[in-house]
Design a protein around this ligand. Structure first.
Ligand SMILES: Cc1cc2nc3c(=O)[nH]c(=O)nc-3n(C[C@H](O)[C@H](O)[C@H](O)COP(=O)(O)OP(=O)(O)OC[C@H]3O[C@@H](n4cnc5c(N)ncnc54)[C@H](O)[C@@H]3O)c2cc1C
Length: 349
């Protein structure tokens, strides 16, 4: 990863991500070591019992200490079985980051590091928590080490290293850490109700919640990804890849060879100099599996690889390895999915 040496800048420039090796926090803050087990608390916003992307990772990073906020804590706790050890939950409807931050302030004040996933809700909540606790926010962490945090900046092109010598709020990029799925029963849940805040906060009113468009959603949050590499033969093939992805409710991504050719936007590049993803399903069409690509793959539950070379690294990684022409496979897959869609439409009439 590239490391950029930038001049030490004082807080608040830390929030703008333009510092390197800067001291964060104020002298009055307790000096902390990030590896200290009790020093990190994972704060996980949940919706309808579902963990956000990266939710399990922050709980694992906090050595199992977590506070769940939102609706459906019991179901979310079950999803954290074997990962969470000390679980508290505030069961509260909707998503109100301003009100939540105000009410959670007394609960979080003594936590040296409050760690949230850099999921959409985590990214909304984290700056508000940092503001009410009057401490810096380190957004988009790639790694948390004793006494320092590295974050990505400028669309993933810069890795900044921040020395931490005070209390902070951190968001962790989903997929960068991974979680060993340990077996075990769900940790006991302690429900809390934070005190009402003195000052009222106005949160945005939710008019309607629209599901994300899988074809354009941020790759790092996509649950299914179809990746294309140099084994696909043309720019038109990448348009076909996007169409097939849409039919499968999946997103399209690519290797750097392809983004360098301009066949697909750089925002769709998966890997160390692209986006770190963490899908449940990854289908690789004509991708060799270079380490710079696979290092950005997270830990998919299932990997399918279509390649002419049965010995390439991507085929070794795959749960299902098909030795076949990726272009023909994509063509046949599209025809079958379209035929299936047609027959379902006819059956409904
Ligand atoms: C500093 C640095 C950073 C990098 N960052 C990234 C990054 O973030 N992301 C990234 O992806 N790469 C990155 N790279 C590039 C990386 O090293 C590889 O070059 C790249 O991932 C290879 O892409 P590929 O698999 O598409 O191409 P190739 O390695 O050329 O592989 C093409 C594959 O297609 C197969 N194939 C060919 N024809 C067919 C066919 N008809 N049907 C099926 N299979 C076929 C071949 O067998 C082969 O396995 C980086 C490199 C460097 C040096």
């Amino acid at each position: 990863m590239p490391r950029l040496l930038l001049p030490i800048a004082p807080w608040p420039f830390a929030e703008l991500g333009i510092l390197h090796h800067a001291q964060l926090g104020e002298n009055r803050c307790l000096s902390i070591t990030l590896s200290t087990m009790s020093a990190i608390l994972a704060l996980v916003p949940i919706r309808a019992g579902v963990l956000p992307s990266g939710g399990a990772e922050v709980v694992a990073e906090a050595q199992g200490r977590a506070l769940l906020v939102g609706e459906g804590a019991t179901e979310a706790a079950e999803a954290l079985a074997g990962i969470a050890t000390h679980l508290r939950a505030w069961e509260t409807p909707g998503f109100a980051p301003g009100e939540w931050a105000n009410r959670l302030a007394p609960v979080l004040r003594d936590e040296a590091v409050v760690l949230l996933p850099a999921s959409p809700d985590g990214r909304d909540l984290a700056p508000r928590i940092a503001a009410v606790l009057e401490r810096p926010l380190l957004a988009g962490a790639m790694e948390i080490r004793p006494g320092s945090v590295s974050t990505i900046r400028y669309g993933g092109r810069v890795l900044s290293e921040h020395l931490v010598n005070g209390s902070v709020v951190v968001t962790l990029q989903p997929g960068v850490r991974g979680v060993e799925h340990a077996h075990g029963s769900a940790a006991a849940l302690e429900f809390i109700t934070p005190p009402l805040a003195e000052a009222a906060v106005r949160d945005a009113t939710l008019e309607e919640l629209l599901p994300p468009d899988v074809s354009t959603m941020d790759l790092s949050e996509a649950p299914r990804i179809l990746g294309g590499g140099a084994g696909l033969d043309s720019v038109e093939r990448f348009e076909q890849l996007a169409q097939v992805a849409a039919l499968l409710q999946a997103s399209a991504g690519a290797t750097r060879v392809i983004t360098d050719r301009g066949w697909i936007a750089h925002t769709r590049q998966i890997g160390t100099t692209g986006v770190v993803v963490d899908p449940r399903l990854y289908i690789a069409f004509g991708i060799s599996g270079a380490v710079q690509h696979t290092a950005g793959l997270g830990q998919p539950d299932h990997i399918i690889s279509i390649n002419m070379d049965e010995h390439c690294p991507m085929m070794d990684l795959a749960d299902l390895a098909l030795v076949a022409d990726a272009n023909e496979t994509l063509q046949v897959l599209q025809q079958r999915l379209l035929a299936l869609e047609d027959s379902q439409r006819t059956a409904q009439v």
